[in-house]
Design a protein around this ligand. Structure first.
Ligand SMILES: Nc1ncnc2c1ncn2[C@@H]1O[C@H](COP(=O)(O)OP(=O)(O)OP(=O)(O)O)[C@@H](O)[C@H]1O
Ligand SMILES: [Mg+2]
Length: 258
């Protein structure tokens, strides 16, 4: 896509592109988790999904966008600004990019409420009363009010996943990167998480979902990217991508995902 076309799209949609990777390689020893990837996400409104077999490079893609990993080579641009060599996840978060982790990382010995409070306080210096109010709003919005007093370490998986989302939301992000937020959830819990994420989307938060649970993605995403072995093998409208023969081939032996 040319810069001119890109600008035209941005004006028409009135949204900035979420991120752009240009010739990005991320090598871990001999393994190229991302192999010369060029990709622009979120050029239009709507939720972006990223799928692919285990080890395809999905989490690594989120990590380089979030500033948590510096690519071996290539350029990463987030919300129109190129990440410099000194970019860190803290600096990228300050620009409004939050993320959840594939393996939730709460403070186990603190309550759900305290966990969210720590995240709110870490994001910006605010008066305690204002921070507490923000926490209650987040707990309500993410459906955690009923377990707010419980220790994070004692939560069932669905609540742990919600707590990850609430903690990420504490920075009031413009972009939220979610890594397998539906993993291990029951049908009812998936439905609830879909509703929560729709609510965030409706409030204008740009969502990128790395996900194996295709039935959840199908309900949410408008744009879909497929990674395989560190490369992008398909990118576009969700249903078109899922019907792509190369995508179906990559998913053979990957049963149960649909
Ligand atoms: N910190 C690391 N050190 C060494 N190798 C890594 C590291 N992070 C990722 N890799 C390797 O890079 C490749 C891509 O990993 P990544 O975690 O991005 O995959 P993924 O698509 O998220 O997979 P999954 O669906 O299993 O979460 C894998 O081969 C993985 O072993
Ligand atoms: Mg992963």
């Amino acid at each position: 896509m040319t810069a001119e076309l890109h600008n035209g799209d941005a004006v028409a949609d009135a949204v900035p592109e979420i991120c752009r990777l240009e010739n990005v390689t991320m090598a871990f020893g001999g393994v190229k988790a991302l192999d010369d990837v060029s990709l622009a996400l979120g050029a239009h409104t709507g939720i972006t999904g990223i799928i692919g077999p285990n080890g395809a490079g999905k989490s690594t893609c989120l990590n380089v966008v979030a500033g948590a990993r510096r690519p071996t080579s290539g350029r990463v641009t987030v919300l129109g600004q190129q990440l410099t060599r000194s970019a860190t996840s803290t600096k990228v978060a300050r620009r409004g990019v939050a993320r959840t982790f594939q393996i939730p990382r709460p403070f186990a010995a603190m309550s759900v409420r305290e966990n969210v409070l720590v995240a709110v306080q870490a994001s910006a210096p605010v008066r305690m009363s204002r921070a507490e109010q923000a926490v209650e709003e987040l707990l309500e919005q993410i459906g955690l009010t009923s377990v707010a007093g419980q220790l994070a370490g004692s939560l069932a998986l669905a609540s742990r996943k919600k707590l990850e989302v609430a903690r990420a939301m504490a920075i009031q992000p413009r972009v939220l990167l979610l890594d397998e937020v539906f993993e291990g959830l029951s049908d009812t819990e998936i439905h609830e998480m879909v509703t929560i994420l729709r609510g965030l989307d409706a409030r204008g938060i740009r969502l990128v979902l790395v996900e194996h649970v295709l039935r959840a993605l199908r309900q949410l995403a408008t744009e879909l990217v497929v990674f395989e072995k560190g490369t992008v093998i398909a990118h576009g409208d969700v249903e078109e991508v899922l019907h792509d023969s190369r995508v179906q081939e990559a998913y053979l032996g990957f049963g149960g995902a649909a």
